[in-house]
Design a protein around this ligand. Structure first.
Ligand code: 13P
Ligand code: SF4
Length: 351
């Protein structure tokens, strides 16, 4: 046996020994060797729903930091959430912090009363502190699978929305809802105090934080043009974290789970070029050999932090549970938990 197959056998044994003491959640962007061990797989929305439902005492989250934080917020105090590699973060989530968002809110309050006329909406790809901010200010969390419903709810509460940290998910969703360009502005957190136009703030209905996913921004409309030239009848599928231009040229835009469903339900022989993370696209190829699938970009667009979780880290997390010596636990401070949970529960009750 190779050392790799020995490790896989050890994980299998340990996982079996722990039985229902542990639940393993796996995001679709996980590498195959880890994904195969997930009891439940899904996109951010599905996995947060499952985390809220489970009564397993230990939850190993094979995903990135904000996902494990979300699971910790939604589970009971006695349940333990582990992130196998603590360095598995999300560069987009890091593009908005507590201090920047509070500063933005203060700047808005020089022009309008944000607590009366702005609903703050955070993409689930954000820190617990920002979810707590939304809970405190009458706001809500959204995922790529429910963004439209959440924006509809948010505009029903107040006339404006502050959407962070992903500009593209906010913009792409608003475009499909028919919101005109002159009602959207980009908020650049890098500008000094007063650098974002006051006049624009007053007139905007949607204030979009200037953040992006470093993986999804690599897809370009030229890639779609090339695919269409080379493969007659090909359908372009894109994740809403892609740029507006890519989403506008795509035939279908949806979250990870929606993309999978779209491919699964298509008749045999359908051809797809997909603009989302590489590990998911490769898995779809294996799952549906009768439907030719291409990766939209000629470059490798892989989420390197999702890829950090490898079998060694999963093994170590399982071992720490068995030995009662838990490492890599994610604990959201109590002062953030209550309000972050409120913002998440507002979302889950709408989903
Ligand atoms: P979904 O899981 O909502 O499709 O989002 C993808 C993503 O970027 C996760 O970080
Ligand atoms: Fe974050 Fe992008 Fe990776 Fe998703 S794919 S975890 S948004 S960096």
């Amino acid at each position: 046996d190779t050392p790799e197959s020995e490790l896989i056998a050890q994980i299998k044994q340990l996982r079996a020994d722990l039985g229902d003491q542990v639940l393993i959640l796996g995001h679709h962007y996980q590498r195959e060797e880890v994904f195969a061990f997930a009891d439940i797989t899904g996109d951010s929305l599905k996995l947060s729903q499952k985390a809220a439902e489970t009564d397993a005492p230990n939850i190993i989250f094979c995903g990135v930091h904000f996902m494990a934080e979300t699971a910790d917020i939604l589970t009971a105090p006695h349940q333990v959430v582990l992130l196998p590699d603590l360095a598995a973060g999300c560069s987009m989530a890091d593009m908005a912090d507590d201090e920047q968002v509070n500063r933005c809110w203060r700047e808005l309050s020089e022009v309008i009363n944000p607590d009366e006329c702005v609903t703050p909406v955070t993409y689930i790809n954000s820190t617990a502190a920002l979810k707590s901010f939304c809970g405190e200010h009458g706001g809500i969390v959204c995922t790529s699978g429910n963004a439209r419903k959440i924006l509809e709810w948010s505009w029903a509460q107040r006339e404006k929305i502050l959407f962070f940290p992903d500009q593209h998910l906010g913009e792409n969703t608003a475009v499909t809802m028919g919101i005109p360009d002159d009602q959207m502005i980009i908020w650049d957190p890098a500008l000094p105090m007063g650098g974002n136009s006051r006049d624009a703030i007053e007139h905007a209905r949607l204030i979009l934080w200037k953040g992006f996913c470093s993986v999804h921004q690599l897809f370009k409309t030229e890639h779609a043009d090339t695919m269409r030239r080379n493969h007659d009848g090909i359908e372009i599928l894109a994740h809403p974290e892609c740029s507006r231009a890519v989403c506008e040229t795509a035939d279908f835009v949806g979250s990870t789970e929606m993309i999978i469903k779209h491919v699964a339900e298509a008749p045999a022989g359908s051809k797809f070029a997909i603009a989302t993370e590489l590990n998911l696209v490769n898995r779809l190829r294996l799952q549906f050999p009768d439907k030719p699938i291409w990766f939209l970009s000629p470059m490798v667009c892989m989420c390197s932090t999702m890829f950090r979780t490898d079998p060694q880290h999963l093994y170590a997390a399982l071992l720490s549970i068995r030995d009662g010596n838990i490492t890599h636990q994610i604990i959201v401070p109590d002062n953030q938990k209550r309000l972050a949970k409120l913002a998440l529960e507002r979302m889950l009750s709408l989903a």
